[in-house]
Ligand binder design. Structure first.
Ligand SMILES: [Zn+2]
Length: 482
């Protein structure tokens, strides 16, 4: 990150403020005296708005010297999601002009630190360069953010979150020819070296030997056979707790022999988003020295067609010995995750959280504004919903009752991969995955229906939004406190 953040405790006078061209002013809705009050009052009068409207939509004013101010109304009662969205709207107005410097002035006296964190987060995260192969792409080169009216404090957690989210979006946006499993593996090795994570991987040859038939069923359809399970470890200084994070990393999903039509195959390079979220969380946790050990498992493969690719009605044996009847080759996510969850749970972590763009059904249920979770422990699901509220990355919980599994009864194998009759596939997928979690490990499954929302979501302006990194850090913090 090339942007520097500097604090200025005392609010300068109007003349001094005018020296900067791009401003965000966060204002107390009850205040009477503040800089450039006339300009704001005139603007509000002109557009028929009141000061109290500023905590719904920001307005902008221009000063006689050409400076632009984006006005935002402060309220300690806004949810983190609303706060993020409001600040993003205010920042977007300025970012169109590609500023090199912005001033964020906090006018209220007792400002909640969450507002300062959110302002820094939103401004920085939306100024990061993302993969783009246009010849004349224009990026924001924000060199400095001044935080005015606030005493200096440690922003390292916020900066780590910016870096984590940016890593996730970068990987997810990367075109599929630039992120095959072979290339992805090399990138992860590089990250592991940089952050001093212990790196280990399991190749197709090893996985076949181990009997990880569910993962291999998907990996065998690619040439070269470069599908891989990567295991990374972050060790905290003073923690005995270990949490396993598992990520789905399908670098491209054609649907397999049950081929997706063009409209639905487009964008399927983003099917590795779950693994990118896990890497984003791991990086943010490392940079902010989070006090919990993290065991990461990334299931990386492509879902291809070809003479060796798995077919409907194949029966395969998973690592834990369960036989699976293949029903639909596009349900490859749960296949690669099944064996990966077994491997993760055999290390006996305190809990497992998996992240996956898993089912279209979750998308139908939630739209792209929320992601859904399902857990084998109800208090874990409740904790996730809370972490969703606190992080501004919203989460809803779905049921995990045993009788849903009746729908996965197979005549020829221990379990069916899914069913073709429709119904709640997001719950079926969770029931299926649950069969591969060993040692009764508390497990939370995150189905990332909100990983891509046109026009952005919450704090993030890009369609691919890195949803899950903020949530992931928040839930790890909740686990540490427990
Ligand atoms: Zn699929």
């Amino acid at each position: 990150m090339n942007t520097k953040v500097e604090f200025i405790k005392n609010i300068p006078n109007e003349q001094a403020l005018k020296k900067s061209l791009h401003h965000i002013m966060i204002i107390d809705l009850a205040s009477k005296k503040y800089p450039f009050a006339t300009e704001l009052k005139n603007k509000l009068k002109r557009v028929g708005k009141k000061l109290s409207d500023l905590n719904k939509t920001p307005v902008t004013t221009e000063l006689d010297n050409g400076s632009i101010i984006s006005w935002i109304g402060y309220s300690s009662e806004l949810s983190p999601f609303k706060m993020h969205s409001l600040i993003r709207k205010g920042f977007n107005i300025l970012s169109q002009e590609k500023p090199t410097e912005i001033l964020i002035t906090f006018l209220p006296k007792n400002i909640d630190e969450a507002w300062v964190d959110a302002s820094v987060y939103v401004s920085l995260v939306n100024s990061q360069a993302l993969p783009n192969h246009k010849k004349d792409v224009k990026v924001i080169e924000l060199k400095k953010i001044f935080i005015v009216g606030v005493k200096k404090y440690d922003l390292s957690k916020t900066l780590a979150l910016v870096n984590g989210n940016t890593l996730t979006r970068n990987l997810t946006i990367t075109p599929p020819n630039n992120l095959t499993p072979t290339i992805y593996k090399a990138k992860i090795k590089q990250l592991a070296k940089q952050h001093k994570w212990v790196y280990k991987d399991y190749s197709m040859t090893q996985l076949k030997k181990m009997g990880a038939g569910a993962f291999v069923a998907v990996g065998q359809g690619s040439e070269p056979e470069d599908a891989i399970i990567v295991h990374l470890k972050y060790t905290a200084k003073n923690s005995k707790k270990t949490i396993a994070l598992v990520g789905k990393g399908i670098c491209f999903d054609t649907g397999g022999h049950n081929l997706k039509p063009a409209k639905y195959m487009s964008g399927m390079h983003e099917d590795m988003n779950g693994s990118a979220v896990v890497l984003g969380i791991l990086q943010a946790a490392t940079e902010s020295k989070l006090q919990v050990n993290i065991d990461c498992w990334l299931a990386i493969a492509q879902n291809h067609i070809g003479p060796k690719a798995y077919k409907q009605n194949d029966v395969v044996t998973a690592l834990n010995g369960l036989t699976i009847e293949i029903v639909h080759t596009d349900a490859e996510g749960r296949m690669v995750l099944a064996d990966t969850l077994t491997m993760a749970s055999r290390k006996k972590p305190q809990a497992i959280i998996d992240f996956a763009t898993l089912t279209g059904c979750m998308h139908v249920a939630m739209g792209d504004r929320y992601s859904g979770v399902i857990s084998n422990k109800s208090d874990f699901a409740c904790m996730a919903v809370g972490a969703g509220v606190e992080s501004g990355e919203r989460i809803a919980s779905f049921p995990y009752d045993e009788d849903y599994e009746d729908d996965l009864e197979s005549q020829i194998a221990d379990i069916k991969q899914c069913n073709l009759e429709g119904g709640p596939d997001h719950i079926h997928a969770a029931r299926f995955l649950g069969r591969f979690v060993e040692n009764n490990t508390p497990w939370l499954h995150v189905d990332l229906s909100s990983s891509n929302r046109k026009g952005g979501l919450g704090a993030i302006s890009s369609d691919v939004n890195g949803f899950g990194v903020g949530f992931g850090i928040k839930i790890l913090e909740s686990i540490i406190k427990k």
